[in-house]
Design a protein around this ligand. Structure first.
Ligand code: Q0T
Length: 327
């Protein structure tokens, strides 16, 4: 073990607001994480840092959340037990919670209802996958921000505005904004997001549709953030993606997961500095501690860091839904 890791772990343990590592975490659990899928009988539609997406038929895709984790822009060599299922189940929870405001692309997560060709992978897919409707995606990421963090904080410090919206002077890092902001972004070829103004968005998407996307984004962010706050989680910001289907404007992609949002524990929230990440803090602290140069190849994580991070994801599911993930 890398020198100092023991000390690092015992120092972080004290600050952990969750219950201790549960006994179902048998020592070989890290051997059972899913790091990649290769369903050669299916056609890959897209693959991201965490998710693999397959073409099912003309109207449907299969989203599979693996247990991969990224930090500082790279996928690490170690998977996080249960992470893929937590992400999928959190998205499903929010799709249901928000369905009265906007239709979504979810079709089924029941592997018995998947097309015959994928059912042979049922054991691997159960809990971590969903069949969705194919949509004509809008080329803009719809970001809602309730707090000043990340690129929003950088832009505010430099210009006093975020995505063309003038803000009051004197705000501190991580401060709650007077009102949640809609801050659209486009994906650069490098994979990094570029913040744009609402006016720039209207050059890419019809202005009336742009207004609708902005209104839906802010309504669903507010409803979700109010709910999560009551359950002890601050959703500092989040990214939604929408597409057009037979139902009209449709909420797609993953929704309000720790991978698409900044989740902060409410009980330690303290504006004036960067907040700890709800889910990835042990991972980041560990990577800083070993002084990884943030160039590939990304390192592996010690088992204990992976297990404690797994507990964070399970804790996020528990805290948001009030239920235990069935594992
Ligand atoms: C999409 C058609 O695939 C993506 O990320 C891979 C990890 C992002 N992406 C999704 C689509 C969707 C959705 N969601 C959909 N319902 N229909 N395309 C396009 N890119």
């Amino acid at each position: 073990m890398i020198e100092g890791v023991d000390k690092f772990l015992s120092a972080t343990r004290i600050r952990d607001s969750f219950r201790p590592v549960r006994l179902h975490m048998s020592p070989d659990i890290l051997d059972h994480v899913l790091l990649q899928t290769d369903y050669s009988d299916l056609e890959l539609f897209a693959s991201g840092k965490v998710r693999d997406v397959y073409n099912l038929d003309a109207n449907h895709l299969l989203f599979v959340a693996t247990d991969r984790i990224s930090a500082f822009d790279y996928v690490l060599a170690t998977g996080i037990p249960h992470k893929g299922r937590v992400l999928t189940q959190i998205s499903l929870f929010w799709f249901d919670f928000l369905k009265d405001i906007v239709p979504n692309h979810f079709v089924t997560a029941d592997v018995n209802r998947y097309p015959e060709a994928v059912r042979k992978h049922a054991d691997e897919l159960r809990g971590r996958s969903m069949m969705v409707m194919r949509a004509e995606m809008f080329p803009v990421e719809c970001v809602a921000r309730g707090y000043l963090s990340g690129s929003g904080w950088k832009e505010y410090k430099a210009t006093g505005s975020v995505c063309g919206v003038k803000l009051p002077a004197g705000l501190k890092e991580s401060d709650q904004l007077p009102e949640p902001l809609f801050t659209p972004a486009t994906k650069a070829t490098t994979g990094h997001d570029i913040n744009i103004s609402f006016e720039e968005m209207c050059k890419l998407i019809d202005p009336e549709v742009s207004r609708q996307l902005r209104d839906i984004t802010l309504r669903i962010y507010k409803k979700a953030a109010d709910y999560a706050r009551q359950r002890g989680i601050l959703i500092a910001d989040t990214k939604f993606e929408f597409g057009m289907t037979a139902q009209g404007i449709t909420l797609a992609d993953e929704v309000l997961t720790p991978d698409s949002s900044r989740f902060w524990p409410a009980d330690t929230y303290q504006p004036g500095k960067a907040q700890n990440s709800y889910d990835k803090q042990y991972v980041r602290d560990y990577l800083e501690k070993i002084r990884w140069n943030k160039q590939p190849p990304a390192p592996a994580l010690p088992q204990e860091v992976a297990l404690r991070t797994s507990e964070k994801y399970l804790g996020a599911y528990r805290q948001l839904t009030g239920r235990e993930l069935e594992i």
